[in-house]
Design a protein around this ligand. Sequence first.
Ligand code: UDX
Ligand code: ADP
Length: 461
Amino acid sequence: MEDKTILCIGAGYVGGPTMAMIAAKCPDYTVLIVDINEERINAWNSDTLPIYEPGLDDVVKKARGRNLFFSTDIVGGIKKAGIIFVSVNTPTKDFGAGAGKAADLQYWEKTARSIVEHSEGNKIVIEKSTLPVRTAEAMHRILNANTKGLHFEVLSNPEFLAEGTAVKDLENPDRVLIGAMTTERGQEALKKIVAIYENWVSRDKIKTTNVWSSELTKLVSNAMLAQRISSVNSLSALCEKTDADIQEVSEAMGLDSRIGSKFLKAGVGFGGSCFKKDILNLVYLCEHYNLPEVARYWEQVVFMNEFQERRFVGKIIQKMFNTVSDKRIAIFGFAFKADTGDTRESPAIYISKWLLEEKAKIAIYDPKATKNAKLELSGIEGNIEYCDCPYEAAKGAHAIAVLTDWNEFKTYDYLKIFNEMEKPAFLFDGRNVLDHKKLFSIGFNVFPLGKPELSHLDDGN
Ligand code: UDX
Ligand code: ADP
């Protein structure tokens, strides 16, 4: 029963949680997850999973050892499974043609080649990683140019889970998208993948399309979401110049049901492994098809994000009397968003680096991302301290910069924090999560994002 054995190649943020959910919801299937990274596989088999994701421990525990198995045996997995999901990383290329924009497909291609090499029967191969449009076509060619007489059907089933809410998103998705070739074989394979999801997702939420639409939908869904954030962040700059308040504007705007309320939160900028990468991918695709105007349009979403990160640092420097040199600045939050330990493309990386260039001393506290923060900043020159608690980070600091929207930041004793800081004490809330009026009454000079500042200083700034 090869069709009841599912293999997933790549046990990362996407592959791990997605396959754990499939295994938990589909006891009839055996789900094998393999990765070249042994340390990661060992962690998936331990009590401390390699990624922090609320609710994931329970899902993994439910299925691990029953019908969910993590290992490094890629060859064995390929031989056993009839259905292979591929969720290896596809970073932005940093060399050669398309550097800085196109996706680096080397991991994907290597995976495809080992599937061909070790397969002993026909397989369905599913793209889970985000890939440029028409990759399935290339994969189809690589896989089917085999001399063993085997057939590989390539499908696209992009993942829309967001980190921090992965389990919720997987359990109750807005939609599951599956793209297949329009051939008879393609449609047959499609039915088999639909059947897996039907174990817990209602059929009306399973959207089937052709492969190209599915691949493109993944890219443009992320581009549209990021575009909303960049739009609102651009307006936060305007709000800071006027008496408008971006939170009020966003809320009022979002009440229009045609606009909707989600993804309108202004902040220091979007991060994460997908948004920037996917937009740049889209830009590259538009350039490739000679649509420079479309390419420039989407590129602006990324430029606006960089502007927002730089603007935040510029504001810190300006408000702190035009110098942060030798001043301790406590960084509250390094993850790219709350409820994850992931720091990929986190605005905190860029903001920290620029503050260090200005010779500030930075003291970082994050509830879950300290390990990754150390990796992101390794080799960077400057005075960096990693702290075990927020009080330690803020002690002796001139300023606190809030860079992640962790809920726990709201619960601290800010009077205690204020008393142990240098004066005047500054607080730059890059996520608008704290109670600004209360902080002001304690004595902080508070600089929220996109709203009027609450300052005791009459500095004419
Ligand atoms: C995103 C997509 O949401 C998901 O569907 C896709 O599969 C992968 O990429 P993720 O990167 O995990 O998920 O996080 P998301 O919640 O989208 O947040 C991305 C970034 O945008 C974060 O840095 C977040 O802080 C920021 N953001 C989000 C805002 O600044 N404002 C908002 O209103 C929403
Ligand atoms: P994502 O966020 O897309 O899941 P990750 O980087 O978290 O990305 O995960 C991708 C995983 O794919 C990594 O754990 C990496 O070791 C794994 N990987 C990359 N290339 C291969 C390969 N050829 N075979 C097996 N696993 C691979």
